[in-house]
Design a binder for this molecule. Structure first.
Ligand SMILES: [Zn+2]
Ligand SMILES: [Zn+2]
Length: 255
């Protein structure tokens, strides 16, 4: 509520009111709502929520980055990748998409609470695996332009900037375009998701892709279908290799 009132105040006034509010009203954890007791705390999460932002555990599938049963040797492939290898060569997700990460992403994505990602992004930056920052181009998974207009920002672009730096010149936004404005993947079953995605993306500047290794960035890996569709489109248009990096990944058994 207070946040909403503050949007109406100018910047200086807002800083003053925020300062006063911090003295009078404790800031609250953005996930569970518990007061953040320590003054001057640099995170928006309480300690117990922060502890629940969990990285994926090795061993991971060499291609899609899915968690494999403990005891599996490193460098192996999961059943999906053995059966139908994806068109990307390497995908990694930074954290398990559990209730805590879900709470953070929902606030970030649908309530325009961009500041909620500050802490998670600082953790994420340290965990970007080797080789991803060395890709030639970084491409956030695009939103359809109508949805972009409505939301005002593409969460995947903000994530790419968070992972690789705001001024990273390799981030390109006008290369891949979403041509169909279809319902969000999360509202559809598996078969509908695949239909939903067919010919969903196109490449606007294929000349930029020739012999380039591209790193796609998205918020959540659920079935991998969106990333696969983007990746296929990029490879068809000349990219020599595609990596993918997501903030969250649905845990095993919850797809
Ligand atoms: Zn909390
Ligand atoms: Zn795999």
């Amino acid at each position: 509520m207070l946040q909403r009132i503050l949007y109406g105040v100018n910047r200086r006034g807002r800083a003053l009111v925020t300062g006063a509010a911090e003295v009078l009203l404790p800031r609250r954890c953005i996930v569970c709502g518990r007061p953040l007791l320590e003054r001057g705390e640099t995170t928006e999460l309480c300690d117990s929520c922060l502890e629940r932002v969990l990285p994926l555990r090795e061993p991971l599938c060499r291609i899609c980055g899915r968690e494999m049963p403990q005891g599996t040797g490193t460098g192996n492939l999961c059943g999906n990748c053995l059966q139908t290898p994806p068109s990307f060569t390497r995908c990694r997700s930074l954290f398990i998409y559990n209730e805590t990460l879900r709470g953070i992403i929902l606030k970030f994505k649908f309530q325009r609470r961009l500041e909620v990602l500050k802490t998670v992004l600082s953790l994420a930056r340290e965990r970007v695996p080797e080789g991803f920052a060395e890709c030639d181009l970084i491409v956030p998974v695009p939103l359809h332009k109508k949805r972009l207009q409505k939301r005002g920002y593409n969460q995947s672009l903000l994530l790419a900037q968070g992972f690789f730096g705001h001024k990273n010149g390799k981030i390109v936004v006008k290369l891949l375009e979403r041509t169909k404005n279809t319902p969000p993947q999360s509202t559809l079953d598996r078969r509908k998701r695949a239909e939903n995605l067919q010919n969903m993306f196109c490449v606007c500047q294929p000349q930029l892709l020739v012999n380039k290794r591209v790193c796609l960035v998205d918020d959540i890996y659920t079935t991998g279908a969106t990333l696969e569709e983007c990746s296929k489109t990029l490879v068809k248009s000349g990219a020599c290799d595609v990596f993918a990096l997501t903030l969250g990944r649905t845990p095993l058994g919850k797809r």
